[in-house]
Design a protein around this ligand. Structure first.
Ligand SMILES: Cc1ncc(COP(=O)(O)O)c(C=O)c1O
Length: 293
Protein backbone atom coordinates (compact mmCIF):
# COMPACT_ATOMS: atom_id res chain seq x y z
CA UNK A 1 0.00 0.00 0.00
CA UNK A 2 1.28 3.42 -0.92
CA UNK A 3 1.62 5.80 1.99
CA UNK A 4 0.14 8.94 0.45
CA UNK A 5 -3.02 10.97 0.85
CA UNK A 6 -4.67 12.71 -2.08
CA UNK A 7 -7.19 15.52 -2.37
CA UNK A 8 -8.95 15.62 -5.77
CA UNK A 9 -11.18 18.66 -6.22
CA UNK A 10 -11.87 18.75 -2.48
CA UNK A 11 -12.36 15.02 -1.92
CA UNK A 12 -9.69 13.38 0.21
CA UNK A 13 -8.88 9.78 -0.61
CA UNK A 14 -6.13 7.17 -0.37
CA UNK A 15 -3.44 6.74 -3.03
CA UNK A 16 -5.25 3.62 -4.30
CA UNK A 17 -8.55 5.46 -4.66
CA UNK A 18 -7.05 8.55 -6.30
CA UNK A 19 -8.15 8.54 -9.95
CA UNK A 20 -8.42 11.21 -12.63
CA UNK A 21 -10.20 10.77 -15.99
CA UNK A 22 -8.18 9.67 -19.04
CA UNK A 23 -9.79 12.70 -20.72
CA UNK A 24 -8.09 15.04 -18.27
CA UNK A 25 -5.89 17.31 -20.33
CA UNK A 26 -3.10 16.90 -17.82
CA UNK A 27 -2.98 13.25 -18.94
CA UNK A 28 -3.66 13.90 -22.64
CA UNK A 29 -1.26 16.80 -23.19
CA UNK A 30 0.65 17.57 -19.96
CA UNK A 31 -1.72 20.57 -19.95
CA UNK A 32 -1.31 21.55 -16.33
CA UNK A 33 0.99 23.19 -13.80
CA UNK A 34 2.30 22.11 -10.44
CA UNK A 35 4.33 22.90 -7.33
CA UNK A 36 6.41 20.67 -5.11
CA UNK A 37 7.39 21.53 -1.56
CA UNK A 38 7.66 20.18 1.92
CA UNK A 39 6.21 20.68 5.35
CA UNK A 40 8.32 20.64 8.48
CA UNK A 41 6.92 20.73 12.01
CA UNK A 42 3.37 20.96 10.57
CA UNK A 43 4.12 24.05 8.49
CA UNK A 44 4.29 24.18 4.65
CA UNK A 45 7.52 25.94 3.88
CA UNK A 46 7.42 29.13 1.78
CA UNK A 47 3.84 28.27 0.77
CA UNK A 48 3.02 31.86 -0.31
CA UNK A 49 5.85 31.73 -2.83
CA UNK A 50 4.70 28.34 -4.15
CA UNK A 51 1.12 29.59 -4.57
CA UNK A 52 2.29 32.76 -6.26
CA UNK A 53 4.35 30.72 -8.74
CA UNK A 54 1.51 28.23 -9.30
CA UNK A 55 -0.81 31.13 -10.08
CA UNK A 56 1.77 32.66 -12.44
CA UNK A 57 2.38 29.32 -14.24
CA UNK A 58 -1.38 28.78 -14.60
CA UNK A 59 -1.73 32.33 -15.93
CA UNK A 60 0.91 31.72 -18.60
CA UNK A 61 -1.10 28.70 -19.83
CA UNK A 62 -4.38 30.61 -19.38
CA UNK A 63 -5.67 28.00 -16.94
CA UNK A 64 -8.20 29.68 -14.61
CA UNK A 65 -7.12 29.59 -10.97
CA UNK A 66 -10.07 28.08 -9.08
CA UNK A 67 -9.44 29.28 -5.51
CA UNK A 68 -8.10 32.32 -3.68
CA UNK A 69 -4.69 31.85 -2.03
CA UNK A 70 -6.44 31.66 1.33
CA UNK A 71 -8.85 28.93 0.12
CA UNK A 72 -5.96 27.09 -1.50
CA UNK A 73 -3.96 27.24 1.75
CA UNK A 74 -6.99 25.94 3.66
CA UNK A 75 -7.32 22.97 1.25
CA UNK A 76 -3.60 22.19 1.45
CA UNK A 77 -3.62 22.42 5.25
CA UNK A 78 -6.78 20.29 5.50
CA UNK A 79 -5.05 17.59 3.43
CA UNK A 80 -1.84 17.88 5.45
CA UNK A 81 -3.76 17.50 8.68
CA UNK A 82 -5.58 14.42 7.39
CA UNK A 83 -2.21 12.95 6.32
CA UNK A 84 -1.11 13.56 9.88
CA UNK A 85 2.69 13.73 9.62
CA UNK A 86 4.76 16.62 11.03
CA UNK A 87 7.15 16.53 8.08
CA UNK A 88 5.98 15.64 4.59
CA UNK A 89 6.43 16.09 0.87
CA UNK A 90 3.61 17.82 -0.95
CA UNK A 91 2.60 18.38 -4.55
CA UNK A 92 -0.16 20.64 -5.82
CA UNK A 93 -1.27 20.00 -9.41
CA UNK A 94 -3.68 22.12 -11.38
CA UNK A 95 -4.65 20.74 -14.79
CA UNK A 96 -6.93 22.44 -17.29
CA UNK A 97 -9.53 19.78 -16.56
CA UNK A 98 -11.52 17.11 -18.33
CA UNK A 99 -12.45 17.83 -21.95
CA UNK A 100 -14.36 15.14 -23.85
CA UNK A 101 -13.39 16.62 -27.21
CA UNK A 102 -9.85 15.54 -28.10
CA UNK A 103 -8.77 18.61 -30.04
CA UNK A 104 -5.95 20.68 -28.62
CA UNK A 105 -7.99 23.87 -28.91
CA UNK A 106 -11.14 22.66 -27.10
CA UNK A 107 -10.74 24.80 -24.04
CA UNK A 108 -14.23 26.15 -23.39
CA UNK A 109 -15.82 25.88 -19.99
CA UNK A 110 -13.43 23.30 -18.59
CA UNK A 111 -13.33 23.03 -14.82
CA UNK A 112 -9.69 22.76 -13.71
CA UNK A 113 -8.70 19.62 -11.82
CA UNK A 114 -6.98 20.44 -8.54
CA UNK A 115 -4.98 17.63 -6.94
CA UNK A 116 -3.04 17.88 -3.68
CA UNK A 117 -0.78 14.99 -2.69
CA UNK A 118 0.97 14.47 0.64
CA UNK A 119 3.46 11.69 1.13
CA UNK A 120 6.43 10.98 3.42
CA UNK A 121 9.70 12.81 2.77
CA UNK A 122 12.40 10.60 1.31
CA UNK A 123 14.62 9.02 3.95
CA UNK A 124 17.64 9.52 1.68
CA UNK A 125 17.64 13.33 2.04
CA UNK A 126 19.94 13.56 5.05
CA UNK A 127 22.39 11.12 3.51
CA UNK A 128 22.69 12.96 0.17
CA UNK A 129 23.16 16.29 1.98
CA UNK A 130 26.32 14.82 3.54
CA UNK A 131 27.56 12.53 0.79
CA UNK A 132 26.83 14.89 -2.08
CA UNK A 133 25.75 14.16 -5.64
CA UNK A 134 27.46 12.86 -8.75
CA UNK A 135 26.00 14.91 -11.60
CA UNK A 136 26.68 14.86 -15.33
CA UNK A 137 26.08 17.32 -18.13
CA UNK A 138 23.37 15.92 -20.35
CA UNK A 139 23.53 15.96 -24.13
CA UNK A 140 19.84 16.91 -24.00
CA UNK A 141 19.57 20.72 -24.11
CA UNK A 142 17.22 22.76 -21.90
CA UNK A 143 14.04 23.75 -23.73
CA UNK A 144 14.40 27.20 -25.24
CA UNK A 145 12.31 29.87 -23.50
CA UNK A 146 11.12 30.77 -27.00
CA UNK A 147 9.68 27.25 -27.40
CA UNK A 148 8.48 25.90 -24.02
CA UNK A 149 9.55 28.33 -21.33
CA UNK A 150 11.29 26.49 -18.44
CA UNK A 151 9.99 29.27 -16.20
CA UNK A 152 6.48 27.83 -16.48
CA UNK A 153 6.33 24.91 -14.07
CA UNK A 154 4.16 22.74 -16.31
CA UNK A 155 3.22 19.11 -15.74
CA UNK A 156 5.21 18.26 -18.87
CA UNK A 157 8.66 17.38 -17.53
CA UNK A 158 9.85 15.35 -20.51
CA UNK A 159 12.83 17.65 -21.11
CA UNK A 160 14.17 16.86 -17.62
CA UNK A 161 13.16 13.21 -17.88
CA UNK A 162 15.10 12.71 -21.13
CA UNK A 163 18.12 14.39 -19.54
CA UNK A 164 18.14 12.24 -16.41
CA UNK A 165 17.60 9.04 -18.41
CA UNK A 166 20.52 9.93 -20.62
CA UNK A 167 22.98 10.55 -17.77
CA UNK A 168 21.75 7.62 -15.65
CA UNK A 169 22.70 5.35 -18.54
CA UNK A 170 26.26 6.72 -18.13
CA UNK A 171 26.34 6.25 -14.35
CA UNK A 172 25.40 9.78 -13.24
CA UNK A 173 22.91 10.37 -10.43
CA UNK A 174 21.32 13.46 -11.96
CA UNK A 175 21.68 15.77 -14.94
CA UNK A 176 22.60 19.37 -15.72
CA UNK A 177 21.29 20.89 -18.94
CA UNK A 178 22.74 23.70 -21.06
CA UNK A 179 21.13 26.08 -23.53
CA UNK A 180 21.97 25.97 -27.24
CA UNK A 181 24.91 28.37 -26.70
CA UNK A 182 26.55 26.03 -24.18
CA UNK A 183 25.57 28.14 -21.17
CA UNK A 184 24.86 26.12 -18.04
CA UNK A 185 21.10 26.36 -17.36
CA UNK A 186 19.85 24.17 -14.52
CA UNK A 187 19.41 20.63 -13.29
CA UNK A 188 16.43 18.38 -13.99
CA UNK A 189 14.67 19.51 -10.80
CA UNK A 190 17.15 21.88 -9.16
CA UNK A 191 19.21 25.00 -9.71
CA UNK A 192 23.00 25.01 -9.68
CA UNK A 193 25.56 27.18 -7.86
CA UNK A 194 29.35 27.43 -7.71
CA UNK A 195 31.92 29.12 -5.48
CA UNK A 196 34.71 30.58 -7.63
CA UNK A 197 38.40 30.56 -6.55
CA UNK A 198 38.08 34.29 -5.68
CA UNK A 199 35.09 33.46 -3.46
CA UNK A 200 32.10 34.63 -5.50
CA UNK A 201 28.81 32.76 -5.61
CA UNK A 202 27.84 32.15 -9.24
CA UNK A 203 24.57 30.82 -10.68
CA UNK A 204 22.93 30.97 -14.11
CA UNK A 205 20.79 34.06 -14.68
CA UNK A 206 17.04 33.66 -15.14
CA UNK A 207 17.73 35.10 -18.62
CA UNK A 208 19.40 31.79 -19.61
CA UNK A 209 15.90 30.28 -19.54
CA UNK A 210 15.41 28.46 -16.24
CA UNK A 211 12.78 28.13 -13.52
CA UNK A 212 12.61 31.02 -11.07
CA UNK A 213 13.38 28.63 -8.21
CA UNK A 214 12.18 29.61 -4.75
CA UNK A 215 15.22 28.12 -3.03
CA UNK A 216 17.47 29.91 -5.54
CA UNK A 217 15.91 33.25 -4.49
CA UNK A 218 16.60 32.50 -0.82
CA UNK A 219 20.14 31.25 -1.47
CA UNK A 220 20.99 34.38 -3.47
CA UNK A 221 19.60 36.63 -0.76
CA UNK A 222 21.54 34.80 1.96
CA UNK A 223 24.64 34.69 -0.26
CA UNK A 224 24.58 38.47 -0.67
CA UNK A 225 25.13 38.78 3.07
CA UNK A 226 28.24 36.57 2.92
CA UNK A 227 30.08 37.04 -0.39
CA UNK A 228 29.95 38.52 -3.89
CA UNK A 229 27.05 37.12 -5.93
CA UNK A 230 26.94 36.88 -9.71
CA UNK A 231 23.96 35.76 -11.80
CA UNK A 232 25.07 35.35 -15.39
CA UNK A 233 25.87 33.28 -18.46
CA UNK A 234 28.45 30.67 -17.47
CA UNK A 235 30.04 27.92 -19.52
CA UNK A 236 30.89 24.50 -18.07
CA UNK A 237 34.55 25.43 -17.62
CA UNK A 238 33.62 28.21 -15.21
CA UNK A 239 31.89 25.72 -12.95
CA UNK A 240 34.80 23.30 -13.26
CA UNK A 241 37.17 25.98 -12.00
CA UNK A 242 34.98 26.43 -8.91
CA UNK A 243 36.20 25.17 -5.56
CA UNK A 244 32.68 24.15 -4.51
CA UNK A 245 29.48 23.38 -6.39
CA UNK A 246 26.04 22.70 -4.95
CA UNK A 247 22.45 22.27 -6.05
CA UNK A 248 19.30 23.64 -4.43
CA UNK A 249 15.58 22.91 -4.44
CA UNK A 250 12.60 23.16 -2.10
CA UNK A 251 12.63 19.54 -0.96
CA UNK A 252 16.41 18.99 -0.90
CA UNK A 253 17.47 22.47 0.26
CA UNK A 254 21.25 22.72 -0.40
CA UNK A 255 23.06 19.56 -1.50
CA UNK A 256 26.78 19.59 -2.33
CA UNK A 257 28.04 18.19 -5.64
CA UNK A 258 30.93 15.76 -5.11
CA UNK A 259 31.52 15.04 -8.78
CA UNK A 260 30.50 16.73 -12.06
CA UNK A 261 31.57 15.08 -15.33
CA UNK A 262 34.40 13.27 -13.49
CA UNK A 263 35.64 16.56 -12.00
CA UNK A 264 35.80 16.10 -8.21
CA UNK A 265 35.02 18.67 -5.51
CA UNK A 266 36.17 18.30 -1.92
CA UNK A 267 33.41 17.88 0.66
CA UNK A 268 32.33 19.52 2.87
CA UNK A 269 32.91 22.90 1.17
CA UNK A 270 33.28 25.81 3.61
CA UNK A 271 30.94 28.24 1.82
CA UNK A 272 28.41 25.54 0.98
CA UNK A 273 28.26 24.62 4.67
CA UNK A 274 27.82 28.29 5.65
CA UNK A 275 24.97 28.72 3.17
CA UNK A 276 23.41 25.42 4.27
CA UNK A 277 23.33 26.67 7.86
CA UNK A 278 22.04 30.11 6.81
CA UNK A 279 19.20 28.45 4.88
CA UNK A 280 18.43 26.15 7.83
CA UNK A 281 18.19 29.22 10.09
CA UNK A 282 15.90 30.99 7.65
CA UNK A 283 13.69 27.89 7.49
CA UNK A 284 13.63 27.73 11.27
CA UNK A 285 12.45 31.32 11.63
CA UNK A 286 9.83 30.76 8.88
CA UNK A 287 8.48 27.78 10.83
CA UNK A 288 8.29 29.85 14.01
CA UNK A 289 6.27 32.60 12.36
CA UNK A 290 3.85 30.82 10.00
CA UNK A 291 0.64 28.86 10.23
CA UNK A 292 0.69 25.25 11.45
CA UNK A 293 -1.73 22.46 10.57
C1 LIG B 1 13.70 22.57 -13.36
C2 LIG B 1 13.75 22.98 -11.93
N1 LIG B 1 14.66 23.88 -11.54
C3 LIG B 1 14.75 24.27 -10.24
C4 LIG B 1 13.92 23.74 -9.28
C5 LIG B 1 14.02 24.19 -7.86
O1 LIG B 1 12.94 25.04 -7.61
P1 LIG B 1 12.42 25.32 -6.13
O2 LIG B 1 13.57 25.88 -5.36
O3 LIG B 1 11.36 26.35 -6.33
O4 LIG B 1 11.93 24.03 -5.58
C6 LIG B 1 12.96 22.80 -9.65
C7 LIG B 1 12.08 22.25 -8.63
O5 LIG B 1 11.27 21.41 -8.87
C8 LIG B 1 12.86 22.41 -11.01
O6 LIG B 1 11.97 21.51 -11.39
Amino acid sequence: MMNALVNINGIICSAEEAKVSVFDRGFLFGDGVYETGKSLKRCCLFLEEHLERLRRSAGKLQIPFPLSDEEMTDEIYRTAKAFGKEDAYFRVILSRGVGLVMGLESLEDLKPTLVIIFQPLSEKLDRIRTEGLNIMTSNILRNSAAAQDPNIKTSNYLNSLLAIQEVRARGGEDAIMRDNQGNVAEGTTFSIFGITPDNSLITPSLKVGILDSITRRHVLELGRGLLKVEEGFFQLEQFQECSEVFIASSVREIVPVREWDSHKYALPGTMTEKLKIALKNEIKSYLETHRKY
